[in-house]
Design a protein around this ligand. Structure first.
Ligand code: PEP
Ligand code: MG
Length: 912
């Protein structure tokens, strides 16, 4: 017969600390503490398997569970010397959830179970404290009512607050036993009214109902959301812990508290925690009374304090990690209710791991797994002061697209962002429906970006991560129209210039200015820790960077080259876009070449800056990728302007013509007027370039094939820059990468242009300059024919953003619309644009790597999609035998640690 229920008490437990899988973290911890002889109230744990079977059978536990629970209850009653439902000496129990991975506060708890109309009288007599007994009973009805019977909490609160008002008292504790008795009667009416049943008087029935409610809470919205955020599988299920109650609210020698063996915010080795005398756990959590620092306990009850110190020190040594514990003191006696590895900030994780190595508690290799690679990312950004956030509710929330904290004044256009910054009117947050490449200058000067649409690989998300700038994307509850002058969030309206704060690490948006704290990237603690990690790393880590400033930042974080330089970003800068537009609008090749000639020195300057920053490290430069219409105005906008101009008469016509001339000045041939005819010509070109599916249209190598002169110009800029930098005594390793290749012939045609120009420039300079020409693998067809493509390619770099988009057929910019539903329904386990779909897209990566290397054994293989900064994906790339990953500069540290963890044999994805 399967074992579902595990007892603990009287110094021994059926389970142990190694059984987190079956007993959940809390259950395993209680068993372990019991076995270690610590003062733990007796109880039993119903396994996670029971939860899984409960769901499988359509919300019913297997028949054996009730029987095993009965036996465990007998044992618990013996250990406690009390009986459930006994009128003179009733056993009261707590019923709590506890999954394998801690999910603090996400599921439900019921306390004081076992009280009813009769046992409450027994408790009142036995404790000679009727007020305590009735208060416990009303808490039970309230918790049971809301958790098990799903009655809205305000229904109970109205009764309780009504009583306080009637009695003209402010504090809960000012209500007398008689008042609470009356509250209980009214609570029972609330239960009858909402749930259409009487509050159950049978304690065993209460227990069974509570157990099932805790199982159900595994799938409540909070818990599901938390699991998605933390990459925890829905399949695990929760255990249920039933444990004899101990009371911290029996009087002045009772109390309850929580603590950490070290400070969870800083990692300092300071016993840290807080407690309340004469209180139950929920009083601490609910914030009704302010808890007292744990050091105060030393003054009040020195012996209990010493015992707590001794026990928690032992626990930390036993688990060899910082512990987060809960305790209760009942009539001067200490009980331990929980211990687990404590959650901590990135900084604290580094400090605790480093200190524990120095203390001889863990090895350096173990220390690597004590820091979540993602947390290193958080370490580099300013963040909101957690104390300040406690008292603020978010206005809205979106995707945590690029971390950090940003505070600024709202602006709605890139132009406004620039104007406000130039005028030094304070930091700005650029708020858009979504950003486009045209917003780049505004994004550059903004402190942070907030969008109401778009996913984790939307333009705003990708660009800000590259810039190391805070971004909240897809905050769909915010309304911001095109040409907006206001935004609405949380029922309030905000206008340009209003202060707003955004948290790119959580996705939360706050009203006003939330104070921030700065981070230090050259922290000696971090450098020392990374020196332990590095020897384990096999994957190289490069950065995606488009401008010298980002390349420098990437080097500072330890990037070993550039894995992707998106050259199109260089065309958007000031002084460049007009030449780009002239090139697109040119009626013939001659004029196109003339425009490209103007772009050449500008690109060359940018490339030279990047080569210099990367002295001695390879730099992969990708030829132009985006559709050309991205450089031109919106088709609909020109249509409206044209119609307005055509309809206007007399003076109105003159005003409209002046306005058009001003607005479209960048599109005019130098010195020539811009009027209706020119606007029509612009519209015709935009119509010509218009595509229904631009992501699948004229982009990538297709552009270079249609307009070889663009590739030619870019190749010339790259190699002339390389020559310049070499002449300054630096080492340059250029790698030219052709995007969106589907056939070997496409690559061959583009590579021929690059090689011709490169060889010309190198020969003219009379220097040695080894270089590579390779391709992105970002279309399923390219992965399928990778063996043939490798005939031509000297390296592969997987563009997993496009590869995910084209393998799934999900638009990378619109995934946000279906993602919540797909995650909720379990169709997707996680956003495939954030963490690689190893089963599908991953198979293409493995296949293409293997067949590419079959053709060319020394083929260098990397990845430069967003997945290059995701620890679980990095682990996969390590196992697939890639040479390097490339990610945004601010994820380089994360990638280095994740690669080291993979090299040291970690599973990847989660460290604790
Ligand atoms: C990709 O597709 O993964 C990639 C890196 O290219 P981009 O994001 O510029 O399309
Ligand atoms: Mg791509």
């Amino acid at each position: 017969m399967a074992k579902y229920v595990y007892s603990f008490g009287e110094g021994k437990a059926e389970g142990n600390g190694g059984m987190k899988e079956e007993l959940g973290g809390k259950g395993a911890g209680l068993a372990e503490m019991t076995n270690a002889g610590l003062p733990v109230p007796p109880g039993f744990t119903i396994s996670t398997q029971t939860c899984r079977e409960y769901y499988k059978a359509g919300n019913r536990v297997p028949a054996e569970v009730d029987q095993q629970m009965q036996q465990a209850l007998q044992q618990l009653q013996r250990a406690a010397g009390q009986k459930l439902g006994d009128e003179s000496n009733p056993l009261l129990v707590s019923v709590r959830s506890g999954a394998k991975f801690s999910m603090p506060g996400m599921m439900d708890t019921i306390l004081n179970l076992g009280l009813n109309d009769r046992t409450v009288e027994g408790l009142a007599r036995r404790t000679t404290n009727p007020r305590f007994a009735y208060d416990s009973d009303r808490r039970l009805i309230q918790m049971f009512g809301s958790v098990v019977l799903e009655i809205p909490k305000p229904a109970f609160e109205a009764v309780f607050d009504g009583k306080k008002k009637a009695k003209k008292v402010r504090l809960d504790t000012e209500l007398t036993a008689a008042d609470l008795k009356a509250v209980i009667e009214d609570y029972k009416k609330v239960v009858k009214h909402h749930a259409h049943i009487n509050f159950p008087q049978d304690s065993l029935e209460q227990l069974t109902m509570a157990r099932d409610a805790v199982f159900r809470s595994w799938f409540n919205d909070r818990a599901q959301h938390y699991r998605r955020m933390n990459n925890i599988s829905d399949e695990l299920g929760t255990a249920v812990n039933v444990q004899a109650m101990v009371f911290g609210n029996l009087g002045d020698t009772s109390g309850t508290g929580v603590g950490f063996t070290r400070n969870p915010a800083t990692g300092d080795k300071i016993f840290y925690g807080e407690f309340l005398m004469n209180a139950q756990g929920e009083d601490v959590v609910a914030g009704i009374r302010t808890p007292v620092p744990i050091a105060e306990l030393h003054k009040l009850m020195p012996e209990v304090y010493e015992q707590l110190r001794e026990i928690t020190t032992r626990l930390e040594r036993h688990y060899r990690d910082m512990q987060d514990f809960e305790f209760t003191i009942q009539d001067g006696r200490l009980y331990m209710l929980q211990t687990r590895n404590g959650k901590r900030t990135g900084r604290a994780a580094l400090k605790v791991a480093t200190d524990m190595v120095a203390e001889g508690l863990i090895t350096k290799q173990e220390a690597l797994f004590r820091v979540d690679a993602n947390q290193l990312y958080e370490l580099l950004f300013p963040r909101f002061d957690p104390k300040q956030l406690k008292s603020r509710a978010p206005l809205a929330s979106g995707l945590p697209a690029s971390p950090g904290a940003a505070v600024g004044k709202i602006v709605f256009t890139a132009e406004a962002a620039v104007a406000w910054s130039r005028a030094k009117k304070g930091p700005v947050i650029l708020v858009r429906g979504e950003t486009t490449p045209e917003d780049i200058h505004g994004m550059e000067v903004a402190a942070g970006i907030l969008t109401s649409r778009g996913g984790m690989t939307s333009h705003a998300a990708v660009v800000t991560r590259g810039m190391g700038k805070c971004c909240v994307a897809g905050a769909s509850s915010i309304t911001v129209e095109e040409h907006a002058t206001t935004l609405t969030a949380g029922g309030k309206r905000f206008k340009e210039g209003d202060w707003i704060s955004i948290d790119g690490s959580t996705g939360n948006v706050y009203e006003g200015q939330v104070p921030t704290m700065e981070a230090d990237p050259n922290d000696p603690l971090l450098l020392n820790f990374m020196s332990w990690a590095e020897p384990h790393r096999k994957l190289r880590v490069r950065a995606n960077a488009d401008v010298p400033r980002d390349a420098k930042a990437a080097r500072a974080f330890g990037a070993e080259g550039i894995g992707l330089c998106r050259t199109e970003h260089m065309f958007f800068g000031e002084g460049k876009i007009e030449h780009m537009r002239a090139m697109i609008l040119a009626p013939d090749e001659k004029q196109r070449r003339a425009a490209l000639k103007k772009l050449l020195p500008l690109q060359r300057r940018d490339f030279a800056g990047i080569f210099e920053a990367m002295d001695g490290y390879p730099v992969t430069i990708r030829t132009l990728d985006p559709p050309l219409h991205e450089f031109l105005p919106q088709r609909e906008e020109i249509m409206v302007d044209l119609e307005r101009l055509q309809l206007a008469k007399g003076a109105a016509k003159r005003t409209a013509t002046t306005a058009i001339r001003k607005k479209y000045a960048d599109y005019a041939v130098k010195g020539a007027p811009f009027g209706e005819k020119e606007l029509q010509r612009l519209l015709a070109r935009v119509q010509e370039l218009h595509e229904l599916n631009p992501m699948l249209g004229l982009r990538g190598c297709r552009l270079g094939i249609l307009h070889p002169e663009i590739t030619e110009m870019q190749a010339r800029a790259i190699f002339e820059a390389a020559v310049q930098v070499i002449k300054k005594g630096k080492k340059v390793l250029p790698e030219v990468m052709i995007p969106l290749v589907a056939t070997p012939k496409e690559l061959a045609m583009q590579a021929a242009i690059v090689r011709k120009v490169a060889d010309e420039v190198i020969a003219a300079a009379k220097i040695e300059l080894p270089y590579l020409v390779g391709t992105m693998i970002e279309l399923p067809r390219a992965a399928l024919v990778a063996g043939d493509i490798a005939q031509e390619a000297q390296f592969f770099s997987f563009g997993t953003n496009d590869l995910t988009q084209t393998t799934y057929g999900f638009s990378r910019d619109d995934i946000g619309k279906i993602l919540p539903m797909y995650l909720a329904e379990g169709i997707l386990k996680q956003d495939p644009f954030a963490s690689l779909d190893q089963a599908g897209v991953g198979q293409l990566v493995q296949m293409a790597t293997a067949s590419g290397r079959k053709t060319r054994p020394d083929l260098k293989v990397g990845i430069c999609g967003e997945h290059g900064g995701d620890p679980a994906s990095i682990n996969f790339f390590h196992r697939t035998g890639l040479n390097y990953v490339s990610c945004s500069p601010y994820r380089v540290l994360t990638a280095r640690l994740a690669a080291a963890q993979a090299g040291a044999g970690g599973e990847g994805g989660r460290t604790a």
